[in-house]
Design a protein around this ligand. Sequence first.
Ligand code: AR6
Length: 170
Amino acid sequence: MKLSVVQGDITRLPADAIVNAANESLLGGGGVDGAIHRAGGPEILAECREIRARQGGCPTGEAVVTTGGQLPARHVIHTVGPVWAGGASGEAELLAACYHNSLDRAEELGARQVAFPNISTGVYGYPKDRAAAIAVSTVKAYPARQVEEVVFVCFDAENFRLYQDLLAAD
Ligand code: AR6
C-alpha cells in the first residue's frame, strides 16, 4: 500500500472513497463533516438518515458508507472519532478502530484509493501528534487486499508537518 500526505480540502479529492469525521448522529456538523455535506449536496444526508433509521446512527469507532453525492469522490465512509478526554478512556483504541473499520468498508466497496482527514483532531480535541502516530501505524499494519493507496489530507500546517515527518521516517 502506498501512503502519502497532502495539505488541502478533502472535498476536492477525486478518490474512490473519502472518509468523513462524523458524529454518532450522522446528521452533520461543523469542520470536515460540514464541508463534506455542503460540497456533496443533500443526497449524502438523505442516505445518512436512512442508515440512522435502520441502525440508530454510528457508534464511536465504527464506520458506515454513503455515495459521494456531488463530490468528486465516489463514496464517503463516515466514521466517528473519540472525543479526547485525557487519554484514559480508550481514546487510542477507538481512534485506531476508526481507521481500521474505515479500511474494512473501503475493501467491501472495492476502493483502490482512500483519503482520510485527521479524525478527532478538530472539535474533538485529540492531540495531533498522538492522533497522527495512531493513524499512520494503523494504516500501515492493515492487511489490505484491494486498497492500493491511502492519502492523509491535512487541513492545517501542523498536521501536514506531523504526517510528513512520520511518513519520511520509513
Ligand atoms: N478537508 C480536510 N480536513 C478538514 C476540512 C476539510 N475540508 N475541514 C476541517 N478539516 P473536525 P473531529 C480538518 O472538527 O475533531 C464535526 O462537527 C480539521 O482541521 O472536522 O473528528 C462533526 O459533526 C481537523 O484537523 O472533526 C463532529 O461533531 C480534522 O479535519 C465533530 O466535528 C478533524 O476536525 C468531529 O470532530
